[in-house]
Write a protein that binds this ligand. Structure first.
Ligand SMILES: *[C@@H]1O[C@H](CO)[C@@H](O)[C@H](O)[C@H]1NC(C)=O
Ligand SMILES: *[C@@H]1O[C@H](CO)[C@@H](O)[C@H](O)[C@H]1NC(C)=O
Ligand SMILES: *[C@@H]1O[C@H](CO)[C@@H](O)[C@H](O)[C@H]1NC(C)=O
Ligand SMILES: *[C@@H]1O[C@H](CO)[C@@H](O)[C@H](O)[C@H]1NC(C)=O
Length: 463
């Protein structure tokens, strides 16, 4: 066992005083007490202290790496969190002395918000006294940082880095294996096991600069007329709103960007029938999507030009960027996501009533009375803002998270047939750019369609 002794020598050339702090190894961690009253030194000496803190943290990092993925990591994260809070003290001091000038507190606030989101996820999954404590501490820290934000002259770059580190640590304890391998009543195939590399990659016909929208292939198997149609729905107003959908009769037409037909389903970008967010899916002879500034799903009939709508159930249904897909980067106004699979149509969204966690509603078009209905709703325990996107396959909702600019990962599944979930998945999904605007499965050919920063990508799914 390595005995760590950390000496923080804070020598000042001005008064040639020095101070010393002892560190020791305790419960697999390097522990060092930091007393804010000792930070009485000129601001330019601060970096030396910081280096020493990093040395301490370096040994912590090494210890962390030895640990395996499991919920047993939680106490450690809690420990890290406490340590982080302690380390914030010198910043407080320097801040109160007005010694720091660069400002990045706004960014810090954002990183902290994401951290809290991640803690919420762990909390909602484990929900024990330890996660409760962690959650409370995060809240406290947030309040604290908010207080510091009243003066915007602090260099918080290193605090930001620590928060990111902490965030990554939290990420690794999200996966709680559960006894889930439920038999699906519709497909009898079990969960998806792999996703191919992109088999189609094409710049959006609306140009690379059109960074948000959705696209895909006709999703209804027994659809006459539009059987092999491909469609692209661009969000041309602020990358949030749109009023047209472009249809290609064949895959070849789409690839060559020829022989398209545009359908206009609203007279302006702010018409009640306009689309909000990358939410659309073409199913049968209609386009389904989130209607402008509302908790409604619209159905635009390509043959009759009629638009029908239904309001999604739940207390405080999120729309207008309240609960967008947010992992790493928020995807503007991606609150309500319409999806199709072997079993029909679905709406994925979040509600205040379900604490911002994902809610799944089953949509049915009643062609006799010409009414769009919601027939059933499931509440998950997966915080919507902590996932990058989601799609449905065989009545199972899959959620993704951001890994890096060129990779996403399917990490979570919720089976509507059994109500069971699995957050131990790790199915990679390659991409060409950072932001995933929309991600949809198509049951007719078992492919997945991604609108990726102005690129259209397609994948093959394996079971
Ligand atoms: C911090 O240090 C000062 C001066 O050495 C001491 O008076 C004070 O009690 C210490 N505070 C804590 C919490 O240890
Ligand atoms: C945790 O459990 C308690 C009691 O069972 C419940 O009141 C609380 O809402 C739960 N919190 C979360 C975030 O699930
Ligand atoms: C999954 O798909 C990728 C990409 O096609 C492939 O390289 C990999 O070998 C597959 N893995 C498994 C376990 O089938
Ligand atoms: C859909 O809702 C309408 C109006 O409330 C109702 O008349 C119809 O029976 C419903 N259809 C289904 C399939 O639930």
């Amino acid at each position: 066992m390595l005995q760590l002794l950390l000496l923080l020598l804070l020598s000042s050339t001005a008064d040639s005083q020095s101070q010393q702090v002892s560190g020791y190894k305790k419960a697999n961690a390097c522990v060092c007490q930091l007393n804010s009253t000792m930070w009485l030194f000129p601001a330019q000496k601060f970096k030396y202290v910081l280096e020493e803190v990093h040395t301490c943290e370096g040994s912590l990092n090494n210890l962390q790496e030895e640990l395996t993925f499991s919920s047993q990591r939680l106490p450690l994260i809690q420990d890290q969190f406490t340590k982080f809070t302690v380390r914030l003290e010198p910043y407080n001091y320097l801040h109160s002395q007005g010694l720091y000038t660069e400002l990045s507190l706004h960014q810090l606030g954002q990183v902290l918000s994401q951290l809290q989101v991640d803690i919420d996820v762990v909390h909602s999954q484990l929900n024990n006294s330890e996660t409760q404590k962690l959650s409370k501490e995060a809240e406290k820290l947030h309040k604290h940082v908010n207080k510091m934000q009243t003066i915007d002259t602090v260099n918080m770059k290193t605090v930001k880095e620590k928060l990111r580190y902490l965030k990554n640590k939290l990420e690794t304890c999200k996966s709680i294996p559960k006894d889930f391998r439920g038999q699906d009543r519709h497909c009898l195939k079990g969960l998806i096991t792999n996703i191919s590399d992109p088999i189609t990659a094409k710049v959006s016909p609306f140009g690379k600069s059109c960074v948000s929208g959705s696209w895909g292939k006709q999703a209804q198997k027994e659809s006459d007329g539009q059987k092999n149609s491909y469609w692209v729905q661009p969000l041309l107003s602020s990358y949030i709103w749109g009023n047209t959908v472009r249809l290609y009769q064949t895959y070849e037409d789409l690839m060559a960007s020829t022989n398209h037909r545009d359908f206009t389903f609203a007279s302006s970008y702010s018409h009640p029938n306009a689309i909000e967010g990358p939410s659309a899916v073409l199913y049968g002879k209609a386009l389904y999507y989130n209607c402008y500034r509302s908790a409604d799903v619209c159905r635009y009939d390509l043959e009759t030009n009629e638009v029908k709508r239904v309001t999604l159930p739940g207390t405080g249904v999120g729309f207008n960027n309240k609960f967008p897909y947010c992992y790493y980067d928020c995807q503007l106004n991606s609150d309500i996501d319409v999806e199709a699979d072997e079993t029909g149509l679905w709406a994925l969204y979040a509600t205040l009533g379900n604490h911002g966690n994902l809610v799944i509603s089953r949509l049915v078009w009643d062609s006799e009375v010409k009414s769009l209905n919601v027939t059933q709703t499931w509440e998950t325990r997966l915080f919507k803002k902590a996932v990058s996107n989601a799609f449905m396959v065989c009545g199972v909702m899959y959620a993704t998270r951001y890994v890096n600019e060129y990779r996403e990962e399917v990490f979570y599944a919720f089976d509507t047939a059994t109500g069971k979930e699995d957050n131990s998945l790790a199915i990679p999904l390659e991409k060409v750019a950072k932001a995933v605007a929309s991600l949809s499965y198509n049951p007719t050919n078992k492919q997945i369609y991604m609108y990726n920063d102005g690129y259209l990508l397609a994948y093959q799914v394996y079971f």
